[in-house]
Structure formats: structure tokens, C-alpha cells
Design a protein around this ligand. Structure first.
Ligand SMILES: *Cc1c(COP(=O)(O)O)cnc(C)c1O
Length: 346
């Protein structure tokens, strides 16, 4: 079967995790390794843990369950807010969840009591990205409410930036978060150890030496998996950007359509290759050919068309072409049941 293959180098993931946890530890920051782009794959999770992450985070209960069943030790943070209906599952699968809704907090409290557990809660604050969280003005009331709920341990506050609205992390925003946490500690008399300063986009500040003191946690997915900070999308110096590689198989090679009189020298000249790799396997915007002389022309549900006119090697039917992946393509490839996953370095 001409199945696309996703090669995963677990040693490179472990290396990235070790490098990032080291850089963060020097500033008193713990790293939660985020596994959602790999659907909570247990081997990816284990590689992150070997690399020294303090715990694992995923947005989906199914992924947490998958890791737990495989014996991954965690501790686990549920990154997407639970719903009241999902409270019991959240309590049984995650030690901690990110939250903003009092109604859900109440449901988590009830679920924790009946499971005889204590569930950790981090309250998310909206700082301009407009995706999720409480307005800073609402925080104190919801924190007081959470602190009184039996079965709930209020651990601190967090924010998520550069995801939806594109609000980039700045020292001012994160300082604001630190000072909100400080205010709550005074008000509630609780230690609130967690001040979770965002995702891979916040590494830009770390790089620039502009991370405010008092941020105690980052939740990192893409930086570990693909070696990138996501504020500017740069590969971070010293990290592997090619731990994942997607390979597709060529099912047709031919010269472009005969030149039309209207467009001499225009598109249509040259050599094209058709790959058995489509939108059900990956996302064309996120595929970066690894070899010079290959250009992505377009993608349909089942096919990828490449211009290989300038490729300096013979390429025939049955040949393979490799791609580096951006986040969207990685997510699609890991999620697609049509893509064979090939791991090394377990
Ligand atoms: C996905 C996610 C992250 C990790 O984001 P990356 O950009 O991959 O580092 C962090 N926090 C939350 C709430 C998330 O949903």
C-alpha cells in the first residue's frame, strides 16, 4: 500500500525537552510538556518525561486516557476547560485542569468529593488573545469561590497568548499576571505556586532575557516537538526542528501539459510528480520539502502535486519524497489513521 509514513525521532524530542526544561529551570520555571499534537501518544509523552518535563498537558480527555492506560506517569493537566458534564472524567483522568467557569468548578468539586480526590485548579486570565479566560476584574471573585470549594485545590493562575487573536506575550502582560497572583496570595492566604505564563510563544521572552520573575510554569508543545517558538515562528537555536518527517510515495511522474500558445514559458512546463498524500493525511501549508528543487503545487483530498523540474536526482514511480512539518501538518498527520507512524529511539 502506498501509505504515507511519519517518521518520529524520539531521541530528538527528548533532547528538545531536556534543553528547554534546562533553560526554564534556571529561571525557576517548570515545563508542562504538551502532547495534544501527537494525540497523547505514549512514546512521545515518555520522551518528554525522560527529557525532564515536570508533567504532561493535553486538551483532550481521550488523549489523557490513552496515556494513563499505557502507564505514563504524568502528572496530567487538562488544558481545554472541562464542561460540567465532563467534570467526573476530568477528575479521574487529570490531577489539574485549567478553568474559568464557576458552574464547572462546582461540578468539579462534586466529582472530586465523590471520587475522594483533590483536584487542582488553575484559573485562566484573558490578557488580550480573546480565546479563553476570566477578565482580570472577575478573577478575585472566582478565586475566592474556588478556594472555598471542597475537593478543589486552587493552585494558581495562568494565561494563553498568541493562539487565536494573535496577542503576543510581552513582559508587561506577564508582569500583570504575576501581580494578579501576588494580589490573590495576599487576599486568600494561599501559596498559589502556579503562575502559568503561556505556551511556546512565551519562549521569545525567555530568549530575550525578558521573562518576568514570578512566572513559574510554561506549557510547551510546539517548542518541544518542532523546535520553534511561536511568537515569530523561529526555530530556537540549539533545538531539533526535524524530529518529525513525513514521507509520501510517488504514483505518477510526467512532463507538464503541453505549452499553451498564450503562456510561453509559463506554468505547465517542466516535470510534475503526483504523490499518494492528501488533505486526509496532512495540510499543504505545513509541508516543507526537505530537498532543494521541489515545490508544492497543490493538494486535494488524496493527492499532492509537486513541481520537480529542478530536482537534481531521478524520481520515478514508487520513489519517496520527504517533508518537514509545521504544526498544522503535524497535527493532521498524527491524527490521520491513513498515515503509518514509524518511531525510532524508544
Ligand atoms: C496547546 C496548548 C498549549 C501548548 O501550545 P504550544 O504552542 O504548542 O506550545 C499550551 N496551553 C494551552 C492551554 C494549550 O491549549
Amino acid at each position: 500500500m502506498p501509505r504515507p509514513r511519519l517518521r518520529v525521532d524520539l531521541k530528538k524530542l527528548e533532547y528538545n525537552a531536556r534543553e528547554l526544561t534546562g533553560r526554564c529551570r534556571r529561571l525557576g520555571i517548570a515545563v508542562v510538556g504538551v502532547t495534544k499534537a501527537c494525540c497523547g501518544h505514549p512514546w512521545v509523552a515518555q520522551a518528554m518525561l525522560r527529557g525532564g518535563v515536570a508533567g504532561l498537558g493535553d486538551s483532550r480527555l481521550e488523549n489523557l486516557q490513552r496515556m494513563r492506560r499505557a502507564g505514563v506517569r504524568g502528572p496530567f493537566t487538562l488544558l481545554r476547560f472541562p464542561s460540567p458534564r465532563g467534570a467526573a472524567a476530568a477528575v479521574s483522568l487529570a490531577e489539574v485542569s485549567l478553568n474559568s467557569e464557576p458552574q464547572t468548578l462546582l461540578a468539579l468539586s462534586k466529582a472530586a468529593l465523590s471520587a475522594r480526590r483533590v483536584h487542582g485548579v488553575v484559573l485562566m486570565v484573558e490578557m488580550g488573545d480573546l480565546r479563553e479566560g476570566l477578565w482580570p476584574s472577575e478573577l478575585s471573585a472566582v478565586a475566592r469561590f474556588s478556594a472555598r470549594l471542597p475537593g478543589i485545590r486552587l493552585l494558581g493562575v495562568g494565561t494563553n497568548l498568541a493562539c487565536l487573536g494573535g496577542a503576543l506575550p510581552t513582559p508587561e502582560k506577564l508582569e500583570r499576571l504575576v501581580s494578579l497572583a501576588r494580589g490573590l496570595r495576599r487576599e486568600l492566604g494561599l501559596p498559589l505556586p502556579v503562575v502559568s505564563g503561556g505556551n511556546s510563544s512565551s519562549l521569545l521572552l525567555l530568549e530575550q532575557g525578558a521573562m518576568p520573575r514570578g512566572i513559574t510554569q510554561l506549557r510547551l508543545g510546539e517548542a518541544i516537538l518542532l523546535g520553534r517558538e511561536t511568537a515569530c515562528g523561529r526555530v530556537l537555536p540549539g533545538l531539533w526542528a526535524d524530529a518529525f518527517e513525513l514521507e509520501g510515495e510517488v504514483i505518477e511522474v510526467k512532463a507538464g501539459p503541453p505549452e499553451s500558445p498564450g503562456s510561453p514559458g509559463g506554468p505547465g512546463r517542466g516535470r510534475r510528480a503526483l504523490l499518494a498524500l492528501g488533505r486526509q493525511d496532512a495540510d499543504p501549508e505545513g509541508l516543507v520539502p526537505l530537498e532543494a528543487g521541489i515545490e508544492v503545487v497543490g493538494m486535494s483530498s488524496d493527492h499532492l502535486v509537486l513541481d520537480v523540474t529542478r530536482l537534481r536526482r531521478p524520481l520515478g514511480v514508487g520513489g519517496r519524497v520527504g517533508f518537514a512539518l509545521r504544526y498544522g501538518a503535524l497535527l493532521a498527520a498524527m491524527t490521520s489513521p491513513y498515515v503509518a507512524k514509524v518511531f525510532r529511539g524508544r
